[in-house]
Design a protein around this ligand. Structure first.
Ligand code: ADP
Ligand code: MG
Length: 238
């Protein structure tokens, strides 16, 4: 369960990135976080990941009160989460195997278990045959699949994806979208930020829209408007 209760985020330079945002996400949901560049999507994901602090409001993720958390507990929370970036962020001098295994090595898993889990994650993303390749020998779509394998190898309960299809052509992007939905179907909560709405109707799901740091829409899969505006600090259900 993710709960954002009237959160605001103001950066040190005065930029108001999020304003009075209230959102509830149930376990197992798939949410598109939509909005133009600069609308606050990345800030919101970073807050959920414990990477940025809110200026006001309360954040609760999987029972952790992120607002009050100390650093060691943030690492504990992050072990329940995976993060996928627009630019993949793979280490080019490491093999595909090493890029993924690294996540488990820092948390002291036995070697056999690491091997098993890496292969399983690569199977999920359809790239088992690339295990000993280097990222530079993989296409953009393949690199994003490897990054997704890295994000799910520790079986997170929540997967955050920040514009994961932003660097990909429409066909490859659709493949990544399908993969994220497949991961969601196995029970993982997925929140995917995107400024591109052209392909979201292909696999409908809840859409939360940010506009200038405000929630401007919260539309469930069956198109019920859950929340019209957070500007007034009130919720309207239609
Ligand atoms: P999005 O991901 O939707 O493009 P961001 O969350 O990156 O939006 O940014 C929201 C607003 O906050 C923008 O105006 C951006 O310039 C600003 N911003 C983002 N990160 C920082 C930062 N570290 N310091 C100051 N302003 C920032
Ligand atoms: Mg962003």
């Amino acid at each position: 369960m993710i709960l954002l209760d009237k959160i605001s985020k103001q950066y040190k330079d005065g930029t108001k990135a999020l304003q009075n945002v209230s959102i509830e996400v149930e376990p197992g949901e798939f949410v598109y976080l939509r909005g133009k560049n600069g609308s606050g999507k990345s800030t919101l994901l970073k807050i959920l990941f414990g990477q940025e602090k809110v200026s006001r409001g309360r954040v609760s993720v999987s029972g952790y009160d992120v607002t009050l958390m100390k650093n060691n507990r943030i690492h504990e929370l992050r072990r329940k989460m995976g993060f996928v970036f627009q630019d993949f962020q793979l280490l080019q001098y490491k093999t595909v195997y090493e890029n993924i295994a690294y996540v488990l090595e820092v948390t002291d898993h036995p070697v056999d278990e690491i091997r098993h889990r890496v292969v399983e994650a690569l199977e999920t993303v359809g790239l088992k045959h690339k295990v000993f390749d280097y990222p530079s020998n993989c296409s953009g779509g393949e690199q994003q699949r490897i990054a997704i394998a890295r994000a799910i190898v520790h079986n997170p309960t929540i997967l955050l994806a920040d514009e994961p299809t932003g660097n990909l052509d429409p066909h490859t992007a659709y493949g990544i979208l399908k993969l994220l939905h497949k991961i969601n179907q196995s029970g993982t909560t997925v929140i995917m930020a995107t400024h591109d709405q052209s392909f979201l109707d292909k696999i409908p799901s809840r859409i939360i829209e940010l506009d200038n740091g405000f929630v401007s829409k919260d539309r469930s899969k069956n198109h019920t408007m859950l929340l019209l505006s957070s500007r007034m600090g009130e919720q309207y259900v239609i």
